[in-house]
Ligand binder design. Structure first.
Ligand code: SF4
Ligand code: SF4
Length: 222
């Protein structure tokens, strides 16, 4: 999932300050799962903004709505009426959702209410960890299910650096060394041979280094 966290309330208040009618728009998928921008967060933020405006003596109408996904037209359409009756939208979706709304409602200011952080998993209650950088050429088969591109601080593809200690990364001792994890899992799977071949420099052409990417599915084009 895409992991995000809500921006500090002072930053949100500052962004929202110029507007007297504001829609707080939640997204019911990734950001709901990571407690940043789903139905509950929308309700809390609407109350907080109303209360803050009252305390500051400002006249503001705040409305809340959550759609299933802000990155798809089909669901964006459900918010069209609410967007039309407000001066601005505070979107609690990831950066893709914010831009999808901005593209569709060209003359309405769309403000980002969360900081989009990474593609990750819920490792345990309250802990989300980064697991994928969307490199465009997945090599998890070679690394036996653990990604050194996302999980090794140095993105090393030919084994660990000299700083790995007791299974932890030298950059952050609270983080497991990705190469320790790769080694342990490869051994458990009986696939250590996967790691023996020298890997030449990787082509990053499929990654975001070459600018924004597009994925065309001819079979779905109408
Ligand atoms: S190899 Fe690339 S696509 Fe696969 S998990 Fe790592 S960053 Fe993501
Ligand atoms: S200690 Fe491990 S995870 Fe950290 S940079 Fe070195 S090889 Fe990568």
């Amino acid at each position: 999932m895409i992991v995000a966290e809500q921006k500090p309330i002072d930053e949100i208040k500052e962004m929202a300050a110029p507007y007297r009618k504001l829609l707080v728009l939640g997204c019911g998928t990734c950001v709901q799962t990571c407690f940043a921008g789903g139905e509950e967060e929308v309700a809390t933020l609407v109350s907080t903004l109303r209360l803050a405006a009252k305390v500051d003596g400002r006249d503001i109408e705040v409305e809340g709505l959550t759609v299933e996904r802000q990155c798809e037209d089909e669901f964006i359409q459900e918010a069209a009426e609410s967007i039309a009756r407000n001066e601005a939208v505070l979107s609690l979706a990831c950066g893709a959702g914010v831009q999808a709304i901005a593209r569709r409602f060209y003359h309405t200011p769309i403000l980002p209410g969360v900081n989009t952080t990474f593609i990750g998993v819920l490792e345990k209650q309250g802990l989300f960890t980064e697991e994928c950088l969307g490199c465009g050429n997945c090599e998890l088969a070679t690394f036996n299910g653990i990604c050194p591109i996302a999980r090794c601080a140095k993105k090393l593809l030919n084994g660990p650096c000299g700083g790995s200690r007791d299974g932890k990364c030298e950059i952050n001792p609270e983080t497991d060394c990705a190469w320790q994890l790769i080694y342990d899992r490869s051994k458990a799977l009986g696939k250590l041979d996967n790691l023996k071949a020298y890997r030449p420099a990787r082509s990053w052409q499929a990654s975001s280094a070459g600018g924004p990417r597009r994925l065309v599915r001819e079979d779905h084009i109408i």
